[in-house]
Design a protein around this ligand. Structure first.
Ligand SMILES: Nc1ccn([C@@H]2O[C@H](COP(=O)(O)OP(=O)(O)OP(=O)(O)O)[C@@H](O)[C@H]2O)c(=O)n1
Ligand SMILES: C[C@](O)(CO)[C@H](O)COP(=O)(O)O
Length: 228
């Protein structure tokens, strides 16, 4: 069995929760758009041979220009995504020829080569793997009236991050099944789980945040200054 690796970096979201006119993946952290910081981390993992950035159809050209400006054009191709994250991931998967794939949010720039490698190793051992961190808060299930229904045991709760790593053929099949059955997941592992397959959890870092709201951006600026 061959072990070649590709990566899909999704960056086609609208950033509604950020509330800016500009999509958050294009916001500058120091001198670079957030998605370029992310690509630079992935470009340091030598086993990844092909990378696809998925962006909005109207943003393909400027995305390519940024990639060129930062000298990543030999490693990275750009394609257009869809209206849901899942559609964007699928659009990226179809461009790959590798045996394995890492799927990562373009707006998680504080991932590290070491975390990516850990996820890759676990996927090669278990078939599928995701980065995650144990939840720090007590989590409650709350009904529509705002009343607590239950308190799950925190020891079994993990906050799931990206990258998420899979055999490319398995993830393509899972996406196609989800599409046929009109199932929309919030991550890729869900699509594999619903086919009864196992996904290994690999401990990530709390700093591997997804930049989602303006306070995340403040934290990102702080982390950049700290040299993360
Ligand atoms: N149709 C979509 C939606 C999301 N994403 C990407 O998926 C990642 C995680 O999504 P999220 O943080 O939800 O991004 P947005 O969809 O941009 O944010 P929001 O939900 O606030 O609009 C981001 O890198 C985003 O660009 C994507 O490629 N295609
Ligand atoms: C894939 C993900 O980043 C894992 O935490 C997350 O599920 C994406 O969700 P969102 O609704 O696109 O923020």
């Amino acid at each position: 069995m061959n072990n070649s690796w590709g990566a899909v970096i999704v960056a086609a979201g609208k950033g509604t929760r950020m509330g800016y006119a500009e999509s958050k993946q294009f916001l500058l952290l120091q001198d670079k758009p957030i998605f370029i910081h992310t690509l630079e981390v992935f470009s340091r993992v030598s086993r990844i041979k092909e990378m696809i950035v998925v962006t909005g159809a109207a943003d393909v050209k400027r995305c390519e220009e940024w990639i060129h400006k930062f000298g990543l054009e030999a490693q990275v191709r750009v394609t257009a995504g869809g209206s849901e994250r899942q559609d964007s991931v699928y659009a990226g998967l179809k461009q790959l020829t590798s045996d394995y794939v890492l799927v990562h949010d373009g707006v998680r720039p504080f991932v590290t080569p070491e975390l990516i490698e850990n996820c890759m190793e676990a996927a090669m051992e278990h078939g599928a793997a995701v980065l995650a961190v144990p939840v720090k808060d007590t989590i409650k299930q709350v009904n529509e009236e705002g009343i607590i229904m239950s308190t799950p045991d925190r020891r079994s709760l993990w906050s799931i991050q990206t990258p998420q790593a899979f055999r490319l053929s398995a993830l393509l099949e899972a996406h196609e099944r989800a599409m046929q059955e009109a199932f929309l997941g919030t991550d890729d592992a869900m699509l594999i789980e619903r086919l009864g397959k196992q996904v290994k959890v690999v401990e990530g870092r709390y700093t591997n945040i997804k930049i989602t709201t303006p306070d995340d951006l403040d934290y990102a600026v702080f982390m950049q200054k700290r040299g993360e």
